[in-house]
Design a protein around this ligand. Structure first.
Ligand SMILES: [Zn+2]
Length: 422
């Protein structure tokens, strides 16, 4: 069944969605964005999230951290808030996961002391950025956190029927989605759809993301004095040849390849390179991404084959390791994409369904079996001291979240979603 064109307007009107107090949303954002919690050290942000949701007095709510901390490499686990369905919710209301990440990239302009607090300035036009552009403001991903928190608060205070909602704040997202990777899939059991709020324009609905494979290779050769270089087996030459051969792969649209590290050779005690020895060890690393599984497999075999050939040709040992983050591809007409689209439209923003090359927690949730899209949360120039968001973007992102919650429990939407076109 197709979603009727008048449906988006119907949801917002019928549910009598409340108006947001813009300054409250901004203040809520600032209270989260000024917390310094780099990857692995998310405890202050995790404690804030637990406190924020406990203070809302949501009936039947549980708020706790999981035990993923040590596996994810963080001092704290992922925060999981479980909110039971509203008593007035229709029986077929969908259970949804709303998620974001709790870590921030620790960006400071040159010369800014480590312990200088983050100060956020609001311009007359509502733009929010670091005062004097001294640090990033972690709109990535505190804008996502704010949208979820304020969206749920508005729905709760407005008495709007909703299905079961799980909110997950993931740790250590930035260095490689470690919190989401370490999430026990049992936490996603019984949930229907996931929505990760993270970066980008409000209105973006990301329905596919590239698979990412990182590779690193340790190459072992054989040392020899430079005057008998031909008797040695240069690990450096082998690494260079491998790097060249890997780089020579002709890329198709939707593929990226980056050689990131090559290390070899020795430096003497005087700080000068030792040039009279053939280096017997080298290290090579990089990553590639592909939008679809076939391309990913082809790229992987190109890298594997290269290492094999280099080993044979140069007489060295290559020890290669791969670290894989699965991509995801959700169809345009899949229920979670439709739900995100209709909800975004209902909130007054223009939905843009698209793909991306970057990895997010949605990769992991899809890999664990929960169909999940990424929703833009209004964070721009992320990972720089020029990072910004705005009052308007924060409000619109919050309205998208409110809308997703309401739409997932609206009979006209669930009826349409239960019978997706194949
Ligand atoms: Zn992010």
């Amino acid at each position: 069944m197709e979603i009727q064109p008048n449906l988006p307007g119907q949801i917002w009107k019928e549910r009598k969605m409340p108006r947001l107090d813009g300054q409250k949303v901004v203040d809520s954002f600032i209270s989260a964005a000024t917390i310094w919690a780099p990857s692995g050290f998310e405890k202050p942000m995790a404690e804030k999230m637990l406190a924020d949701f406990r203070q809302m007095n949501l009936p039947g709510v549980t708020a706790q951290t999981d035990d993923a901390g040590p596996v994810a490499g963080s001092e704290v686990g992922n925060v999981i808030i479980d909110i039971p369905a509203h008593p007035d919710a229709p029986k077929d209301a969908k259970s949804i996961v709303l998620s974001c990440h709790l870590d921030r990239v620790p960006v400071r302009a040159p010369g800014v002391p480590e312990d200088e607090p983050v100060v956020i300035e609001q311009e007359k036009d509502g733009t929010l950025h670091s005062k004097g552009f001294r640090t990033n403001i972690a709109a990535d991903d505190r804008a996502g956190y704010t949208a979820i928190k304020e969206g749920i608060r508005a729905i709760h205070l407005g008495g709007i029927p909703h299905g079961r909602i799980k909110v997950i704040g993931f740790v250590r997202e930035e260095p490689g989605l470690f919190g989401a990777r370490a999430l026990d899939p049992k936490h996603l059991e019984g949930m229907d759809y996931g929505f990760e709020l993270d970066g980008g324009k409000v209105g973006n609905v990301i329905r596919n993301s590239a698979g990412i494979q990182r590779f690193k290779a340790t190459i072992t050769g054989q040392s020899a004095p430079a005057i008998h270089a031909s008797k040695g087996k240069s690990a450096l030459s082998a690494a260079m040849a491998a790097g060249m051969q890997i780089s020579n792969l002709e890329l198709q649209p939707g593929q990226t390849l980056n050689l990131s590290n090559i290390q070899s050779g020795q430096i003497g005690e005087d700080g000068a390179p030792i040039t009279n020895q053939v280096p017997d060890s080298a290290f090579l690393a990089g990553e590639f991404r592909a939008r679809n599984a076939e391309d990913e497999a082809a790229m992987r075999s190109h890298v594997e084959q290269t290492f094999q050939e280099i080993q044979d040709r140069h007489g060295v040992q290559v020890q290669a390791e791969y670290d894989t983050i699965q991509g995801f591809q959700l169809a345009d007409h899949s229920p979670v994409v439709k739900l995100a689209e209709v909800a975004t439209q209902a909130s007054g923003s223009k939905p843009k369904v698209m793909g991306m090359m970057g990895g997010t927690n949605a990769n992991c949730m899809n890999a664990k079996g929960l169909p999940t899209v990424v929703l833009g949360s209004g964070a721009y120039l992320q990972h720089t001291e020029r990072e910004w968001t705005s009052r308007n973007e924060l409000i619109r992102a919050t309205q998208v979240v409110m809308s997703v919650i309401a739409a997932a429990a609206h009979p006209a939407v669930t009826a349409a979603l239960l019978a997706p076109t194949q």
